[in-house]
Design a protein around this ligand. Structure first.
Ligand SMILES: [Zn+2]
Length: 372
């Protein structure tokens, strides 16, 4: 039987980090606690900040870890489907929720508490050109995992790397940095988790040379009005259009080159909530005969090419519009990560094939659906 105190501790720590925007946004991140053969892991679609007991799925660790003795097809789609089916089958009786896609990873870490988050400042390192070198220097005791497909492959690579680490050091790593994703922290109790996160935030923070400048800046109201009218011709009636502008964006929106560091996706969360890429609209639209129509046409062209409606619209020397609060918050995070990454060799987006993997991944589309 799970000691209720442990689950209580897990809920408390999940809510605390989950409601602190420095650590994680919207539905991102996940946590777990184990005791005996029980694993309580966050269910898909719950946000850490408001989580209750219902937000956790009870699983059998011994059943879950059977996955490591099985072979799976090479075909990505078939493999993920079969792993998902085995994960569902590893739930304890009466459980109906779907475990987090990272449940397999939680299950293999031999510490009672595991708290996985996506702090912007940490992603300033994991999404940087010299991210690996920075982790080795700042956190020599940590494990670095290069960019791989999430789900089964990620868990397998972490497992192999951790076993190698254990052979070398005699114990398991308690901090695992995932390129273009975030960090896993493991400890025997909540105090251990907090101590590690404090250390991570302090070390990362003290090595960041430039923070994003979110001071107010004056936007061109006339242009903003034209863009908003143009967007309302493109998006279905009732679509939220939230404007975003500040000193940092003022610099980024100068031209396509300055915009480049915030023109794609850093992590899976960014793809899920703010779309794989924003649509960039050059200022030549304002010289068009009908600027509103030119704005709408740019969005239609983006949709034609990419097969999705843009969630973020960035207009040169004007402002950004987001189509939801979540899209806006994750795009602000993109802007932060890009600025932090400058201190670690400059930003590095996910590879195109990794972006495609997330875009077509059934599990992530399930998350997107729930997030709506
Ligand atoms: Zn994650």
């Amino acid at each position: 039987m799970m000691a209720r105190r442990d689950l209580g501790d897990l809920i408390e720590v999940s809510r605390r980090y989950g409601s602190d925007a420095r650590y994680v946004l919207v539905g991102g991140g996940n946590t777990s606690v184990k005791e005996g053969d029980d694993l309580y892991v966050k269910a898909s679609g719950f946000a850490l900040g408001t989580i209750t007991e219902q937000g956790f799925v009870r699983m059998s660790l011994s059943k879950l870890n059977l996955i490591w003795d099985k072979g799976y097809p090479v075909d990505k789609k078939m493999r993920e489907q079969q792993v998902l089916a085995d994960m569902m089958a590893a739930r304890c009786e009466g459980e109906t929720a779907r475990p987090s896609v990272e449940a397999l990873l939680h299950g293999l870490i031999p510490f009672a508490f595991v708290v996985h988050l996506h702090p912007a400042i940490v992603n300033g390192i994991t999404c940087a050109q010299s991210g690996e070198a920075a982790v080795r220097e700042l956190f020599p005791e940590a494990l670095w995992i290069p960019l791989v497909n999430p789900g089964y492959i990620l868990a397998k690579i972490v497992r192999d790397a951790s076993l190698g680490y254990e052979k070398k050091h005699g114990y398991w790593p308690q901090m695992i940095f995932l390129q273009n994703h975030g960090v896993f922290v493991a400890a025997k109790d909540v105090q251990g988790i907090e101590a590690l996160y404090d250390r991570i935030m302090e070390r990362a923070g003290s090595h960041v040379m430039r923070k994003p400048v979110f001071l107010e800046a004056k936007a061109d109201e006339t242009r903003m009005g034209l863009v908003k009218d143009g967007l309302s011709r493109y998006y279905p009636a009732g679509t939220t259009l939230l404007p975003l502008f500040n000193r940092e964006l003022q610099t980024r929106l100068q031209n396509a080159e300055a915009f480049h560091p915030i023109s794609s996706s850093f992590t899976p969360d960014h793809i899920v909530y703010s779309g794989f890429a924003p649509v960039w609209i050059g200022e030549e639209v304002f010289a068009a005969e009908d600027p509103r129509e030119a704005v709408a046409a740019a969005c239609r062209a983006f949709e034609m090419v990419n097969g999705v409606v843009p969630k973020i619209v960035a207009v040169q020397k004007t402002c950004v519009f987001a189509t939801s609060e979540n899209a806006l918050n994750l795009y602000l995070d993109t802007i932060k990560v890009a600025a932090f990454a400058e201190s670690f060799g400059g930003p590095r987006f996910m590879d195109d094939d990794q972006i495609d993997f997330i875009r077509t991944w059934e599990v992530e589309s399930y998350r997107s659906k729930l997030a709506k």
